[in-house]
Design a protein around this ligand. Sequence first.
Ligand code: KIV
Length: 273
Amino acid sequence: MSVHSSSSIKRVTTHILQEMKDRGEKISMLTAYDYSMAKIVDAAGIDIVLVGDSASNVMAGHETTLPITLDQMIYHASSVVRAVKRAFIVVDIPFGNYQGNSSEALRSAIRIMKESGAHAVKVEGGSEIKESVSRILSAGVPVMGHLGLTPQSIYKFGTYTVRAKEEAEANKLLEDAKMLEACGCFAIVLEKIPAALAKQVADSVSIPVIGIGAGGGVDGQVLVMHDMLGITQEFKPRFLRRYADLEGIMMEAFGNYIRDVKSMDFPNESESY
Ligand code: KIV
């Protein structure tokens, strides 16, 4: 059933997301990168659509999120914007387009907002990118932070294992979350950190905290759409719950089509003019 069946669709805003945290209603967030998938996930009633730089992995086949460009992110984001009527749309600023200096960060955010029509941007990191975050916010662009396992820094970490298990890293993460809140970020993503720390962060800041591999004590959850649909079969972290086996369904459909073409069962008379 579509949430769009009623004629008036109320758009999700940062204000509504804050109200959801305040009343304890969990926020649902999924990635999308193209028009057709974004249309379905929006009609299902998702609160936030993230045009993640995970597009670099699941759409383009790169090993990391680093290669995707600002132009490519804008292409994905504008396709999603054309499809989505209700959800709040957040777009990742890709690696290399905000860390250098705050002017470049602002230019990148403005390009995303102007050229795609999205509603907010997401950036990875804490104190290191404070100036960039503040500069983007000063232009009236909502910013979502991202702490913990930040995939754009994968070559610094060396592995995709759980972050902030040690006290020093956990303390820095908590301080970074408070800093992002003080700067004016509307929400923070926490990726792959201990559930107890994630809950402590969610309890320590007033803005929504969305987790991926961060347990159930946060204000909402996000997954990569292709992972939860079972399209990416080789990615199997503990935090991933699969809600479908689309690879299996698609393989069967493609196999049936190939068989029918070869056997000349398709097209039949009723499928011809
Ligand atoms: O790019 C992405 O999909 C993300 C999520 C994993 C939060 O940043």
